[in-house]
Design a protein around this ligand. Structure first.
Ligand SMILES: CSC[C@H]1O[C@H](OP(=O)(O)O)[C@H](O)[C@@H]1O
Length: 382
């Protein structure tokens, strides 16, 4: 069950945008989400009291972005355990709420593993639920730390690639604190450049059809005081052609073992443009986004979303979160709406993780980079 209410006034004005938190209310624990469907117009909280409500929020992108989906999945598993729901069923349903971002299943599995270990060691349901919640909190904390480390590594990379500062960075979709326990991934690097006085311009792709760039990245960049300019996705080519882009910084939803990168649809064309115009194309993602169990890009499941997201524009969102919309295509028009595309490793200049930078992108290098951080946090199957 989910209900919504206006966000506390304290949120407006601060640059920190808490996208998700666990809250112990008198009537029981809940997961509180900043409803990203309503941004930038309304800062509205969505209160999830059970797993179905959280799954609906994930599928509707009220909560989104690979690292945050992992955090949400882990808290969702803990919520099931604390509220006495069937934990194994909750894990299965949460892990498959959206297919492409590997972080979601990873977060669910981390909390599930903690729950299972506690039960096997003789703990009762309450202690096992506490163990799952502790693992979710640990993942949340780790992601915030990873975000800070990626920002530092990414800024150093920009300084090496583009000596002298004054970067004009193009980014796609939204990769800020709305997708993270910290300041995000690619956006966190741009923000670090801004803090260092080295960001001349952040070019923000609007990112059709759900407009994560126009609605969310512009919102975060404005709150952070960053110099940004919004553009239609189709205008990016003319910026490259005019020599106005010094580097592309994007996030990722799943990185295969060969270094193929699944990310918001529109990323692959940017990689091709960047290569043609000799501009660095940099992917910023925590190692929780790397899936060594998926060998190559062709094996990554790309989420296909409903056609109405292309043929209609949401105009308003009422208190229940349902949105009115206006058609932008003839009634009955068919639409192709993949949520992601896949960029081959040879078009990626570098992958920035919390453990450092990989360039060029090689399978062996990626495995080594992940091995440094994953000791003890191996994947498991449900
Ligand atoms: C840094 S992960 C953010 C990643 O997630 C977005 O997808 P969605 O908005 O559908 O969750 C997009 O691919 C971003 O790069």
């Amino acid at each position: 069950m989910a209900d919504q209410h206006a966000a506390p006034a304290s949120r407006s004005g601060s640059s920190a945008v808490p996208a998700l938190r666990w809250e112990d209310l008198p009537e029981g624990p809940v997961i509180v989400l900043l409803d990203q469907r309503r941004l930038p117009v309304d800062e509205t909280e969505l209160i999830c009291t059970d797993v179905p409500a959280l799954i609906e929020a994930i599928r509707g992108l009220a909560v989104r972005g690979a690292p945050l989906l992992g955090i949400a999945g882990a808290y969702g598993l803990a919520l099931a355990a604390v509220r006495g729901f069937d934990v194994e069923e909750a894990a299965e349903r949460l892990a498959h709420a959206r297919p492409t971002a590997v972080n979601l299943a990873y977060g669910v599995r981390r909390a599930l593993a903690a729950h299972r270990v506690a039960l096997r060691s003789g703990a009762g349901p309450e202690k096992a639920a506490e163990a799952a919640l502790a693992e979710a909190r640990a993942l949340h904390r780790e992601d915030a730390e990873a975000s800070a480390d990626m920002a530092a590594h990414g800024l150093t990379l920009l300084q090496e690639l583009l000596p002298g500062g004054g970067y004009r960075i193009l980014t796609h979709c939204n990769t800020g604190s709305l997708v993270s326990g910290g300041e995000g991934t690619a956006f966190a690097v741009a923000r670090a450049a801004h803090r260092a006085g080295e960001l001349r311009r952040l070019w923000v792709d609007e990112t059709r059809p759900l407009l994560q760039g126009a609605r969310l990245t512009a919102y975060e960049a404005g709150r952070a005081g960053m110099p940004y300019t919004l553009l239609t996705d189709s205008a990016a080519g003319s910026l490259f052609s005019a020599g106005e882009v010094d580097a592309v910084l994007i996030g990722a939803d799943r990185i295969a073992a060969d270094g193929s990168v699944a990310n918001k649809v529109g990323s692959y064309p940017l990689a091709v443009l960047a290569r043609y115009h000799h501009v660095p194309f940099v992917v910023v993602a925590p190692t929780t986004t790397v899936d060594l169990g998926t060998q190559e890009g062709a094996a990554i499941e790309v989420e296909q979303r409903p056609g109405h997201e292309v043929t209609e524009l949401p105009t308003t969102a009422d208190a229940t979160g349902t949105t009115a919309s206006v058609p932008v295509a003839p009634v009955g028009a068919q639409a192709y709406n993949p949520a992601f595309d896949v960029t081959p490793p040879e078009l990626v200049t570098a992958i920035v993780t919390e453990n450092g930078v990989l360039s060029p992108v090689t399978e062996a290098g990626l495995a080594e980079l992940c091995d440094r951080s994953r000791s003890g946090n191996g994947m498991m199957s449900i």
